[in-house]
Write a protein that binds this ligand. Structure first.
Ligand code: NAG
Ligand code: NAG
Ligand code: NAG
Length: 435
């Protein structure tokens, strides 16, 4: 209860800080929409506009990370850049344990004295540094759930200044990362505070590098061509809070901002995969459990889970000729021997059993198998080694063409199951703007 009281206090502060956004726009949107494009590097890239004058920014999406960070070293020009002072309200909102930064070069964005200092991290190559918290104008399209509608601005959108070396390993043209995690200054938290809509967002990754998927922030509906409304067809499962931060740099007592769900068992072809169920729970050190990630291209399983899944899956496919494994995968098959179905390659589904036996996340062929080359299909799961921090990391390939709705207020995940079964895809949001 203490947590929920302090959280609501927290969001009222955020609301006060950001509510000037409403005055700046002539109408109050119900939701915002962002495109999210799959890059050949298997990063998922969104685009927003920031600064005065506005410039488009490409940012790698990191579902569970805390905030937006951008490279302020190169080409940051804006008349509305404001560093956040130490011990300011913005600073408290961002973190209870931020440092107070000094900079021994001429002042510029990213280099000011007495500013709130946080740790922007590149979660693709696992590198963090320190950077100042700042605010600037951000502009995003609003949506009615069918199309983008007018662009709206948030005048004092908080983000952290990163540096040019922190861009290593990010896709070409990308100048930062966008965090959608469970904390005060993630993108969805700031958007919902600025426009006072529900603290929820939905993400739908496209499997195609040519046609973008979509992220909604705020309320539904979630409408896809041809005339398919997914709003009321989600299955829900609780989201869990990992009591120990999973960020690159953190202080004792910080919780993880990533999204954990409760997988109780895994079933393939009606056979329960034999697992050490202790690994499926988050222990008091924050180790174990199941999280969802957009920065891991494929699901990563702790070694014993990986081996057991591989064994059960290959046993179920024993009549299909195996071919030499192609890294990073451990089980590959002759694709010619696997039929093609509406839901992808015709293989048994991998069922994640959630809070009870009736709540099942079914992973069908399109999400379980990866076409690595002509005639070779591999099981798209990778070995995470022994003693990883998190036992199951559900990766991007497994969530493509599935709509996932993260409701921070009710702490639950809504999932659609594969949209291929609904005769649509995540690339079917109609991005033609309505005036
Ligand atoms: C910060 O303060 C130090 C010490 O007073 C000074 O040398 C430095 O120039 C200042 N830096 C900026 C960016 O104002
Ligand atoms: C199950 O996993 C836990 C956590 O890693 C470990 O302590 C325990 O020894 C394992 N049990 C078995 C039977 O392997
Ligand atoms: C997409 O939306 C635009 C604007 O509302 C509309 O004119 C167009 O017909 C829509 N496209 C399809 C394929 O329905």
């Amino acid at each position: 209860m203490a947590t929920s009281t302090s959280l609501s206090f927290f969001y009222s502060v955020l609301f006060l800080l950001l509510s000037s956004a409403i005055a700046a726009t002539s109408f109050r949107p119900k939701a915002l929409v962002l495109p999210v494009t799959k890059h050949p590097s298997l990063q998922y890239i969104t685009q927003i506009r920031q600064r005065t004058p506005l410039v488009p920014l490409k940012l790698t999406v990191d579902l569970g990370s805390q905030f937006m960070w951008v490279d302020c070293d190169r080409g940051y020009i804006s008349s509305t850049y404001k560093p956040a002072r130490c011990r300011s309200a913005q600073c408290n909102l961002a973190s209870k344990s931020s440092g107070c930064g000094q900079c021994f070069s001429p002042p510029r964005p990213g280099c000011n004295n007495n500013t709130c200092s946080l740790f922007p991290g590149n979660t693709i190559i696992h590198l963090s540094t320190s950077g100042e918290l700042a605010s600037d104008v951000v502009s995003v399209s609003s949506t009615d759930g069918f199309n983008p509608t007018k662009p709206v601005t948030v005048p004092n959108f908080l983000f952290v200044c990163g540096t040019t070396f922190l861009l290593d390993g990010l896709a070409g043209g990308v100048t930062g990362m966008a965090g959608f995690g469970r904390n005060g200054i993630s993108l969805p938290s700031q958007f919902s505070a600025a426009f006072s809509f529900n603290r929820k967002f939905a993400i739908c990754l496209s499997g195609s590098t040519s046609f973008p998927g979509v992220i909604f922030s705020g309320n539904g509906p979630y409408h896809f061509l041809p005339n398919i409304d997914l709003t009321d067809s989600l299955t829900y499962t609780p989201l869990f809070i990992n009591p120990v931060s999973t960020a690159g740099v953190f202080t004792t007592g910080e919780k993880s901002t990533e999204y954990f769900i409760g997988v109780k068992s895994i079933v393939i072809n009606s056979k329960t995969v034999p697992l050490n169920t202790t690994l499926l729970k988050i222990d008091s050190n924050g180790v174990g459990g199941t999280k969802i990630s957009t920065v891991d291209p494929y699901t990563v399983l702790e070694s014993s889970i990986y081996n057991a899944v591989l064994k059960t899956f290959t046993t179920a496919l024993k009549n299909i000729p195996r071919v030499a494994a192609v890294a990073p995968f451990g089980a590959c098959f002759n694709a010619k021997s696997i039929s093609s179905t509406r839901l992808g390659p015709g293989v048994p589904s991998i069922e994640l059993i959630l809070q009870n036996k009736k709540v099942i996340w079914r992973i069908f062929g399109a999400n379980s198998m990866v076409h690595v080359k002509d005639d070779v299909l591999c099981l798209g799961f990778v070995d995470g080694g022994v003693n990883p921090r998190t036992s199951i990391v559900i990766g991007a390939h497994q969530i493509e063409n599935n709509l996932l709705e993260f409701d921070l207020a009710t702490s639950r995940l809504g999932f659609s199951a594969t949209l291929l079964g609904r005769m649509t895809t995540c690339a079917n949001f109609n991005f033609t703007s309505k005036p």
